[in-house]
Design a protein around this ligand. Structure first.
Ligand SMILES: *Cc1c(COP(=O)(O)O)cnc(C)c1O
Length: 376
């Protein structure tokens, strides 16, 4: 039995001939940059996710960078961002000369803690970035209220949560990434909607922001060779768009497959006193980009990880170091902050194999070995 963290081969196999056809159509036509499939995919994704505009770009990191450029933030402006996230979120903020203000996370959702964020707001604070980590949404209703009261822009990093649904207290629902002023996502191959290379997209309902985003992603031009602002070159390849447009048709069933696998893990692992299974909030669905358990302090997460590896079971630590302990980000730390939740998560989280084609036998094998580890 060969178990992988993410098995892209198994996902490809059933749609292989359609994929080959889509790619060869692009090859025949030769419209590799900004071809028809790019516009088609943007149209179909905007319908699927429920937002007025989708602007595709080269990757999820660029999507974040384009978002902050389009919002017109100025050097020195402060942006609130969780310290327990992938580096890209804070990286682009720093790169643009803005100040990432690192915030500890909520102990249940592992997403930005709004009470802590409130204490860090200054006159320079201009935006907040909820990251829907592992596919579990941040509490968007609370975040929108907080942002409105401080006049902040909201940029949702939806790289791990495409398809997750946020439920509001008035009963309405909206997909993650469409609630803030701008949402961003990544089509990195292992993401929930992945292409065969790099890709990304930006969501917004705001016509002005959409126009600015398009212009900035295309060298700051609206008319060819007329550059109104300093922009970048960030485009989704036509081949990747053709692949993504095809995979989008399967995204609902991919989400369901992940949720089914997560439910199976949950029911098998919830009885272990040493393990905390992933939190399911009442305000959103979870699309399980990762299935991440937390190992109680007195038991060693690292020993479990090596034990599983010896049995041929991969597992990953997302993330071993919080941003506030990363060398590159030390200069952004306020003097006397500590980050107890994020620090403890880095020492206790473990992500188990999770993908759209995980087999019951594989999950049984994984659970069995977790059981034998704890009964040693
Ligand atoms: C993957 C990821 C990104 C970056 O996406 P790329 O396409 O790899 O640039 C940003 N934020 C989060 C939370 C991610 O998981």
């Amino acid at each position: 039995m060969e178990i992988k963290m993410v098995d892209l081969g198994r996902q490809l196999h059933p749609i292989r001939s359609e994929i080959d056809f889509a790619i060869s159509s692009v090859l025949e036509k030769g419209d590799f940059i900004q071809g028809t499939p790019v516009r088609e995919f943007e149209k179909n994704l905007s319908k699927w996710i429920g937002t007025k505009h989708v602007i595709t770009c080269a990757n999820g990191t660029d999507a974040l960078q384009l978002a902050f450029m389009a919002l017109g933030l100025k050097p020195g402006d402060e942006v609130l961002v969780p310290t327990f996230t992938y580096v890209a979120t804070a990286e682009v903020i720093a790169l643009l000369g803005l100040s990432p203000i690192l915030v500890d996370v909520d102990s249940q959702t592992f997403n930005i803690d709004i009470e802590t964020a409130s204490n860090l707001v200054t006159s320079k604070t201009k935006a907040v970035v909820p990251v829907h980590l592992y596919g579990q949404c941040a509490n968007m209703e609370q975040i929108i209220k907080f942002a409105e009261s401080h006049n902040l822009h909201v940029v949702e990093d939806t790289a791990q949560a495409i398809g997750a649904e946020v439920k509001f207290s008035d009963g309405s629902t909206r997909k993650a990434g469409t609630i803030g002023h701008i949402g961003t996502t990544s089509f990195f191959p292992s993401k929930n909607l992945g292409c065969f290379g790099d890709g990304g997209a930006i969501f917004t309902n705001d016509d002005n922001l959409a126009a600015r985003l398009k212009m900035i992603a295309n060298h700051g031009q609206r008319i060819k060779y007329h550059h109104d602002v300093v922009g970048v070159n960030s485009r989704l390849d036509t081949i990747q768009a053709a692949v993504l447009d095809l995979k989008l048709k399967h995204l609902n069933s991919y989400c369901e497959a992940r949720q089914k696998a997560a439910n199976y893990y949950d029911s098998a692992l919830k009885h272990f006193e040493q393990i905390n299974i992933p939190f399911r909030s009442s305000f959103s669905t979870h699309v399980f980009h990762q299935y991440t358990i937390k190992i109680d302090g007195q038991f060693s997460r690292d020993e479990l990880k090596s034990y599983l590896a010896e049995q041929g079971i991969p597992s990953m630590i997302y993330y071993p170091l919080p941003l506030h302990e990363q060398k590159a980000y030390l200069e952004f730390l306020p003097g006397d902050m500590d980050y107890p939740i994020s620090t403890s998560l880095c020492n206790s989280v473990l992500s188990l194999p999770m993908h759209t084609h995980l087999k019951i036998e594989e999950q049984d094998f994984i659970v069995q070995h977790i059981k034998s580890f704890f009964s040693k």
